[in-house]
Design a protein around this ligand. Structure first.
Ligand SMILES: Nc1ncnc2c1ncn2[C@@H]1O[C@H](COP(=O)(O)OP(=O)(O)O)[C@@H](O)[C@H]1O
Ligand SMILES: [Mg+2]
Length: 249
């Protein structure tokens, strides 16, 4: 069993928000300093999910395709997983006001749960600390002076690129063994820090066994990331890697 991180300051603690690290379409990442009264402190990342407005029928389209497709995306990701009650599933499929609220509510704890499963299985994911109504606290990857760069922005030498690919493959093996599809894997959702690759951004991850689209997501993820490595000069073929990965199931 993986032992709990010793850097994490336990209760009672005080959190100080040091500011926003990244602000995206779906979430904002804050850097938090957590201290206890013995003078111990640590840095954590706090992901704050941006509110998804629940709109009356008709106004969704007025907000533009972008948002409408985000909602459609949710349905696709979530079918077969969360909404076992027929009434709820129908509401989500119809995108009724009630359905949209269901999606919003289920979103937050999901990333925490997926990351917990992967962390326990030994994957290179930040340690998931806790979650609240619209926040998720997790291990901060970086140090007191800077945050880990996303893989796409890390300037990797050839040998590092090969090592990064091996690590991504190892990570995908753990995901496969756990039956989880990341669903949005790219060089933007991988971090590079001290020669190590970290998998992040998992709110859309699904169970491969219960989601009819599960394997399609794995396939898309693998092809995506392999195409990136290939463009960087590493000779990898997404279809081959996918086939190899299927053997890990
Ligand atoms: N635990 C973390 N440690 C350091 N940086 C992080 C961490 N989590 C996220 N980030 C940074 O914040 C960005 C956005 O986080 P992410 O989880 O990908 O949310 P989204 O892409 O949905 O906004 C990441 O690309 C990364 O640069
Ligand atoms: Mg992201």
């Amino acid at each position: 069993m993986r032992s709990l991180p010793d850097w994490l300051v336990a209760e009672p603690f005080t959190d100080i928000d040091l500011g926003v690290l990244k602000s995206g379409k779906e979430a904002q990442i804050h850097v938090i300093q957590r201290s206890d009264d013995t003078g111990r402190s640590c840095i954590i990342a706090r992901k704050r999910y941006l509110p998804r407005e629940v709109k009356q029928k008709g106004t969704l389209e007025a907000l533009g395709v972008q948002r409408a497709s985000t909602f459609r995306h949710d349905v696709e990701y979530r079918e077969g997983r969360q909404f076992r009650k027929t009434r709820d599933r129908r509401a989500v499929e119809r995108m009724s006001t009630y359905g949209k609220r269901l999606l919003q509510d289920r979103w937050t704890g999901h990333e925490y749960e997926i990351m917990s499963r992967l962390w326990k299985a030994g994957a290179s994911v930040p340690y998931p600390i806790s979650y609240g109504e619209d926040t998720f606290d997790l291990e901060f990857i970086g140090d007191t002076t800077s945050a880990a760069p996303q893989l796409f922005a890390a300037r990797l030498a050839k040998a590092e690129l090969a090592s990064a690919f091996d690590q991504v493959y190892q990570g995908l093996c753990v995901l496969m063994a756990e039956g989880i599809a990341h669903g949005d894997l790219s060089a933007y959702n991988l971090l590079w820090w001290q020669d190590q690759v970290w998998f992040i951004d998992l709110p859309q991850a699904v169970d491969i066994a219960s989601n009819p689209q599960g394997l399609n997501y794995v396939h898309r993820d693998v092809v995506n990331i392999c195409t990136w490595f290939d463009r960087k000069g590493l000779d990898v073929d997404g279809e081959e890697v996918f086939a190899q990965l299927l053997c890990e199931m």
